[in-house]
Each structure stands twice: as structure tokens, then as C-alpha cells.
Design a protein around this ligand. Sequence first.
Ligand code: DAH
Length: 341
Amino acid sequence: MLSELDQILQKALQELETAKDESSLESWRIAHLGRSASLMLLFDQLGKINKEERPVVGRRANEVKQTLEAAFTKRIESLRQSTLQRSLQTERLDVTLPGRSLPLGRLHPATISMRAVIRAFGDMGFQVYRSPEAETDDYNFGLLNMPPHHPARDMWDTFYTSMPNVSLRPHTSPGQIHVMRQYATEPIRAILPGVCYRYEQISTRKETQFNQLEVLAVGKNITLADLKGTVSDFARRLLGQNIRTRFRASHFPFTEPSAEYDFECLLCQGKGCSVCAYTGWLEIGGCGMVHPIVLQNGGYDPGKFSGFAAGLGTERIMMLKHRIEDIRNFWANDMRFLEQF
Ligand code: DAH
């Protein structure tokens, strides 16, 4: 029996050498260490041999079993190691290679410009008020002192909608009525930013969509001096202490008196260049003292209250600052333009 055990051991170890993968190792384990392996059958026969031989054979059988188990574990371990080594070699990943960088988003130039303007007015104590982009005829015109059929309405080429009396706002001025009606008769220091729409012939200077910012101050004893001071201070905050401003008399139905204001051309310091059409000045927006009828429509008694208002196109400021020659760039979605800011 001892020699039979030796044979079993020799044969099993030889076969183990030839097992090259996990599945042949598993077949080997079943064949040599499984229930019906010759070694296991030999254990069953131990009871039949005589008492003197039994311990010797039994010990040897156990040794053979342990040797085979150890050899099996060693073999399977080395097989796993070599599989691992092979995959480490062939599937090598160079983590030092730079990855693909994600494109970083940025603010749209119209937003950058709007934020700069809002910041300047915010620092002077004005608060942002949002008003709707679609308005009734009354808000867009009527309550701003332009009754139906009034020729002044022609100053705004308006988009009318299929809903009677509703149009897209052609300016942010209707927001004045909303703020006043909400806060009458409290004092107001408000700025109203937002997109406006006009049925324009599109050109380098005109778009059907653009941002405006409306300024409104209402209270007691507000004068034209406050308007001039605020607009000039705004210019200095945005463009530097030395910037000069000027006011020219003008007409708007919702202000009396009315003016337009210009900033000294930044590009030529007032000397005259192609951007300012050789005048040295850049037109920024309209302004004036809030018309008594408008104050009344907002819920303020024009005998007790007064106010000033101003409006400006915020894309224009960006155009002046960066010499952008075509307003259409703002909404054309061309990355070559947008990535410059
Ligand atoms: N709403 C005017 C426009 O879009 C601009 C304007 C002029 C606003 C005078 C004002 C103002 O508040 O007082 O052309």
C-alpha cells in the first residue's frame, strides 16, 4: 500500500505540472483530491488492513494528501500571479499622460456688461427689480403717457403678439409702473435690467433683442441735480474718475424735462475717432424727471413726490469698451467671438 501511495503521489505531481490554466487545475483537484480519487478510496480501505500496518499507512496517506494539497495551492497561486503579471504588462495604463481637459464655461459678454452696470448702481444704493418681458399695451405705452394712436409710439418698433393688447416690451420703462405700484408711496431707488425686443431692420448697430437697464428714483425733493449727479457718478464708477459726461435736451413722453446723456469717448479720450464718429462723445441713453402723469399712474401724488429716470443699453457699453463693431456678434453664438471675454 505504501508503494501504491508513492505512485499516486508521483502521478498526481506530474499531472499537476501540465495543468496550465484554472479549469485544468480544477479537473486535477477533482481527479486527485475529490471523493472518488484513488487516494480517497485508499483512505476508505484503511479499516481493512491489519493493526500493525494501519498507523504507518494512515500517516503516509495523510502526508500524501497534505503534500498534494500544498502543491495544488502553490500551483494555483503561481498561475494567478503569472496571469496578473501578463495583464499588468499588456494592459499597462500610463497615468502620467495628460488627460483631455474639459472646456471651462464663462460668462456671456452681455452678462459681464450687465453685471458691471448693476454693480455700479448697486454700490450707489439701487436695488434690482425684475419686470415682465411681455407686457400689455397699457404698461408699454399708455401708462407711460402715450395714449393709443399717439405718434410717439412710433419711436418703438414693437413686436405685437397674437394675444390682443399684449406685446413684447420694446424698452424697460414699463417696469417703472410695476415698481411704483408695488411700493407707492415709499421712496424708490430701483434698477430694472432685462431683455427688450424691437422689430428692427437688423444692422451693425441694431438688433431685435438687446438688454436695457432702467433707473428709477422716486421720493420727496428729488431734482434734476440728483439725476445729473447719479448719472455722472455712474460713469466714474464704471469708467474711471476722469471721465467727462454731458447732457443734451431731448424728448421722451414719460419724462419732463428729458435729456440724452453722452460719455466722453474712451477710445480717443475725447479727441475724436471712428468709434465716436469724430465727435469725442458716445451716446449712452435717455433720462429725465419722471412726468407727473407717470408718477400719478404709479400711485404717487406729483404735488408731493418727484423722481428721475434713465435708461441705457448695456451691450452698447461693452461695445464701446472693447471696440466691438457689430452688435450682431452678441447673439450669433460664434465661439470665436464669445471666447474673447
Ligand atoms: N425707454 C427709452 C428707450 O428705450 C429710454 C429712456 C429714456 C428711459 C428716458 C428712461 C428715460 O427712463 O427717462 O428709448
